[in-house]
Every structure is written in structure tokens, then in C-alpha cells.
Design a protein around this ligand. Structure first.
Ligand code: G6P
Length: 594
């Protein structure tokens, strides 16, 4: 999704802005650009990668500027549609993340007042509106313009004759970075982490004026104080550390992520959470909401919580939530979101709050919107995840759910002790999966020649099949579908044959026998079968064309080892197919529009 950045300080802004933009690349984008305060405002932009833009730029002297990575919504990727956008005279430049819903109406009005538009974007109304209200005070003009705007925005605005950045947000993330000899505005922390780890998170409705040595934030006309946060991520975290791709690095970080996340929660021998939001003993059900991979975590969470707490759980797509009336008395909601900024998840949390349903957020980003609007937050300790495809954040979210469910578990204490013990061994088990990389590489080579693949699983591993399929389509561009194994015969069987491999996730739980039957059915239709099964499972060797083994774990934890294996499978298949693994086409890391 669009990323924005601004710098004002003592240093040359051009290299800083380009570096910040390269750190925003992970969010997904198709165009980029910068506007610099030099002799007036100079804009350079195009539908190219940041590196390509860098090569075409002259050396610009200024120490103030703004930059943007665009993920097209209104109008195709092109030079004209790329940001920054300017007013008629080129005196006001704007970078924007979000969507202006009433832009057509505003554009018509502005055109009738004599403004000239050059792009198809919604954003372009912004500099023109600011121009309309500008009488020498940029902040006042921005404030007036925003009163006309309906929609979502994080903006950074630059005016030719004022050495300042004006920033504002509504329903889109925006931070101010406090630097050494200058300050920043940015969509997120990784963008500015090379320069500072001191940040202020703006709230909806905030308008900030940032100069090289001052930061003033106002809301509804009155000055407000926003807390400064220290970010614990280090610069090293957003580098590849010798790995070819971030995705591979992040997959390999997972034993550490499990340790860090659990270590954060379970200082003593037992996972005892004491969360105010969970304390109410009258909780009768749970609702888990999320999007993308986080939604698959929610689906797995349903199995975990239902088994350990014995209460019904609904896992729902945040993007589909809220369009019908819900009865939520005695329900606790858990919103799962790596970024803490996914627009649909944020909207769902807000809706739940409206009906007074308590919400616990599980997120990876300290200070993110989800963490600020939920009643309580559990942070995962995955560190910054740069690759668009979620890997380590997925496993960290699962850890948070295991811990939560175990803390409030109603199962007998012997079983709980066994599970806790197993939980502690998970980093070693995951390491064993990583050590089996060669076997997964072999299977990836086989898979890379196909265009359609099914992933099947049952029970707690059905969502793992969905996640495996999602990973493969995201990074390897292979059409893949995750299916509940028993459902294949209700339609997909028509597609099976030698050109459609099936990947079967076989767990040693009460679904095992049925799964073997399903594999036989698939083989009988001529599809090659790759099974993901537990070490020592001899029965499976005779049934599948190829078997990749994962270490033995309690079935409750099988999604962890199986998902890691499928992440590697997707990664190596994508590599074989020469795909741009970390930044798949059309995808965004942080989806800040509905
Ligand atoms: C995007 C990302 C996915 C992620 C999903 C939800 O689609 O590419 O990796 O799972 O958003 O993001 P969240 O930050 O809410 O977990």
C-alpha cells in the first residue's frame, strides 16, 4: 500500500528520502516520487522502482522534502498518477495514503473554480483544495481543506515558501520521527529506523507542524501532547543478513521468534496471563477477526480455544464483518493483525467497540492503530516483517493464542503440563523442519512445473492447507486452493488428474484415518500426491508419491511445524520460477484501504 515519508533537517534530504522510500518498498507499490524544497518545489516521480528513480535524479540541494510509494487505486500506475501531487502553481506538494471518497465532487467544483488537474487520482484534489484556502499559513489551509474531505488519509504537505512539513491523519497510519538534526513524518517505523527510533504516533484528527527542531500537534484547534515511544527494533532487523530474500530470512528466524514471543509471556514455568479483558468469568464465546494469513491464524485459534477453554469460537474475516446484526453479549473479540493497521480489521474493531464488545488485539507493531483502539493488546515479538508474505508473524500470532488459551485453559492439569512442556520444545522442532530444507527444495522443483495445486487438510490442519495454498499463490504465482480434505469430492474432484498435484497435510490426530482414505481417493484420480507427515509414519510412505516429514509434536502444535514446512515449499517453488519473492506483483504488506 502507499507509503509516505517527509524529512526536514540539516542534512541533504534527497538521499534520506530515497533511503526511506526503499524501506517502504516492502509495503508493495508500483510508482514512486519525491518533492524537494529547493528553488521552489521540484518534483521527480514515475511508475518505476525506487532504485530506477534514484538513477534518473539530479543532485538536489534542499534539506526538506517529501516522498511516496504508490499502490494504484484511482488510475493506473503512471508518471502523472504518481505522487507527490501539486497545486496549479507548483507551490504546494502533497503525498497521501488513503482514499478520498468525495474526490469527484470536489474535483468538479475545483475545476469550475479554475483549477487544472493532470492526473486521474483522488489525491490531486488535496493540493488544489489547500491552494484554494492558502493565505500564507500552510497549517490553516490544510485544516480548511481537510474539512471538505470525506475519506481516509495520512498526508504530508510541503509549501514552497514555508520551511515546514504539515502532517495529518484519519484512518491511515502516520508517525512523526524525532531525529538528531531534523525530524520525519512517515507511514511506519521501518521507513525511518535508519535515522531514529524515537517516534510519536498521531491519532485520527491530529494535524502536526514539523520543523527541523520543533513538533507541534493540534486537534480541533487545540494543542495536544502525544507520547514519545522508543522502538526496540534494530536497524539490523530490516536487513537480509546474508539471506537471498527477506522471506527466507524471516522463515529462518522462527525458532527465535517463538522463543522471544513466549519468553515475553512466560517468565515463569507456566503461561499465566492476567488480562483484564479476559477476567470476566461470564465469557461464553469468542469471536476472532482478521484478514489474510492472520485470518488463518484465527481459524487455527478456533480449534485451540475450543479445545482448551471449551467455549465456542467464531473465526471471521474482518472484511466481511459488520454487515449484519450480531449478538455479542458475553462474547470476547480477538482481533489478529500483524501490522495493526489493516483497514478492514480496524473497522471491525471500531464496530465491536460501538456495540460495547471488549476487544483484545494481537499485533506485532507497538503503537499501531489496533493497539490503540482495542481494550487490551498482546504484542507478538516477531520483529519487523519485511517480506510481503507473512511467515514469522503467523507463527508469533499462533504463540500468542497458545499462551492465551493455556492461561485460561479449563483442561485437566496433567494434559496442560504436557502441552506446556511441548510448547517449550517448539523452537527445536521448528529448527528440525528448517534443517530438512533440501527435501522441501526437491519437492519445490517438482511443484514448480505445475499451474494448479490443491492443498488438503483436516481439523486443525485445514487452515494450514489454506495458508499453504495462500503462500504458494502469493509468492510462486501458482493457482492453488486450500481445501478441507473431505470436501474435495464435492466439486474439485472434477479438476484432479496428472496435471494437478495435491499436497496432503497428515496429522496424527483423530483425522488421520479419514485423511489416508482421502489420499487414496486422490491417487485413484491420477493426481500426484505429496504428503506432509510425521516422522516414522510408514503407512504414508506407501500411499503418497513423495513424503516430507516433520518432527513429531502434539497434534495441537502440528500447525506450527506444518506451516513452516509449507512456507519453505512456497519459497523454493517461487525461487525456481524466478518470482520477485519479497514483493509479489499487486500485493501490499499493509492493507490500509478497505
Ligand atoms: C496483507 C499481507 C498479508 C497479511 C494481511 C493481513 O494481505 O500481504 O501477509 O496476512 O495483509 O495483514 P495484518 O497486518 O492485518 O495481519
Amino acid at each position: 500500500m502507499c507509503g509516505i515519508v517527509g524529512y526536514i533537517g540539516d542534512k541533504l534530504a534527497q538521499p534520506i528520502l530515497l533511503n526511506c522510500l526503499s524501506k517502504l518498498e516492502y509495503r508493495g507499490y508500483d510508482s514512486c516520487g519525491i518533492a524537494m524544497l529547493s528553488n521552489g518545489i521540484e518534483v521527480y516521480k514515475d511508475a518505476v522502482r525506487v532504485e530506477a528513480l534514484r538513477k534518473t535524479l539530479p543532485q538536489i540541494k534542499g534539506t526538506t522534502g517529501i516522498g511516496h510509494t504508490r499502490w494504484a487505486t484511482h488510475g493506473k500506475p503512471s508518471k502523472l498518477n504518481a505522487h507527490p501531487h501539486l497545486d496549479c502553481n507548483g507551490n504546494i506538494a502533497v503525498v497521501h495514503n488513503g482514499i478520498i471518497n468525495n474526490f469527484q465532487q470536489l474535483k468538479r467544483q475545483l475545476i469550475s473554480e479554475g483549477h487544472n488537474f493532470v492526473s486521474e487520482t483522488d489525491t490531486e484534489v488535496m493540493p488544489h483544495l489547500i491552494e484554494k484556502y492558502y493565505d500564507g499559513n500552510l497549517e490553516k489551509a490544510v485544516e480548511a481543506a481537510l474539512r471538505d474531505i470525506e475519506g481516509s488519509y495520512a498526508i504530508i504537505v510541503l509549501a514552497a515558501n514555508e520551511p515546514k512539513l504539515v502532517v495529518a491523519r484519519k484512518d491511515c497510519p502516520l508517525i512523526i520521527g524525532i531525529g538528531d538534526r531534523g525530524n520525519f513524518g512517515a507511514s511506519d517505523v521501518p521507513a525511518i529506523l535508519d535515522y531514529t527510533n524515537r517516534v510519536i504516533y498521531l491519532e485520527d484528527g491530529d494535524i502536526g507542524v514539523v520543523t527541523k527542531d520543533s513538533i507541534k500537534i493540534r486537534r480541533d484547534g487545540a494543542e495536544v501532547d502525544r507520547k514519545e515511544h522508543k522502538i526496540l527494533w534494530s536497524i539490523k532487523d530490516d536487513q537480509k543478513a546474508g539471506y537471498e530474500h527477506f522471506m527466507l530470512k524471516e522463515i529462518h528466524e522462527q525458532p527465535k521468534v517463538i522463543r522471544d514471543t513466549l519468553g515475553e509471556y512466560t517468565r515463569e514455568a507456566e503461561p499465566v496471563a492476567d488480562l483484564a479483558v479476559m477476567r470476566d468469568s461470564g465469557i461464553e464465546s469468542m469471536l476472532m477477526l482478521a484478514c489474510g494469513s492472520s485470518y488463518h491464524v484465527a481459524m487455527i485459534g478456533k480449534y485451540i480455544v475450543e479445545e482448551l477453554l471449551g467455549i465456542p469460537v467464531r473465526a471471521e474475516l474482518a472484511s466481511e464483518f459488520g454487515y449484519f446484526n450480531q449478538t455479542l453479549a458475553k462474547t470476547r473479540a480477538i482481533a489478529i493483525t500483524q501490522s495493526g493497521e489493516t483497514a478492514d480489521t480496524i473497522k471491525a474493531i471500531k464496530r465491536l467497540k460501538e456495540v460495547r464488545c471488549k476487544v483484545l488485539a494481537i499485533t506485532n507493531v507497538v503503537g499501531s492503530t489496533a493497539s490503540r483502539i482495542a481494550d487490551q493488546t498482546i504484542y507478538t515479538r516477531a520483529g519487523p516483517e519485511i517480506s510481503v508474505a507473512a511467515t514469522k508473524s503467523f507463527i508469533a500470532q499462533l504463540m500468542a493464542l497458545y499462551w492465551l488459551a493455556m492461561s485460561y485453559s479449563r483442561i485437566d492439569s496433567r494434559r496442560l503440563t504436557d502441552l506446556i512442556l511441548e510448547l517449550r520444545h517448539l523452537p527445536t522442532k521448528v529448527q528440525q523442519v528448517l534443517d530438512n530444507e533440501d527435501k522441501l527444495m526437491e519437492n519445490a522443483t517438482f511443484l514448480s512445473g505445475y499451474e494448479n495445486v490443491f492443498f488438503i487438510g483436516r481439523g486443525i490442519n485445514f487452515p494450514v492447507a489454506l495458508e499453504g495454498a495462500l503462500k504458494l499463490k502469493e509468492v510462486a504465482y501458482i493457482h492453488s486452493e486450500g481445501y478441507a480434505a473431505g470436501e474435495l469430492k464435492h466439486g474439485p474432484f472434477a479438476l484432479l488428474g496428472s496435471n494437478t498435484p495435491v499436497i496432503a497435510i497428515v496429522a496424527h490426530d483423530n483425522t488421520y484415518e479419514a485423511m489416508l482414505t482421502n489420499i487414496k481417493e486422490v491417487r485413484a484420480r491420477g493426481s500426484p500426491v505429496m504428503a506432509l507427515a510425521e516422522e516414522g509414519d510408514e503407512a504414508i510412505e506407501d500411499l503418497a508419491d513423495s513424503v516430507v516429514t516433520v518432527p513429531e509434536v502434539d497434534p495441537m502444535f502440528s500447525p506450527v511445524v506444518n506451516t513452516v514446512a509449507l512456507q519453505l515449499l512456497a519459497y523454493y517453488t517461487a525461487k525456481k520460477r524466478d518470482c520477485p519473492i519479497d514483493f509479489p506483483r499487486n500485493l501490499a504488506k499493509s492493507v490500509t484501504v478497505e
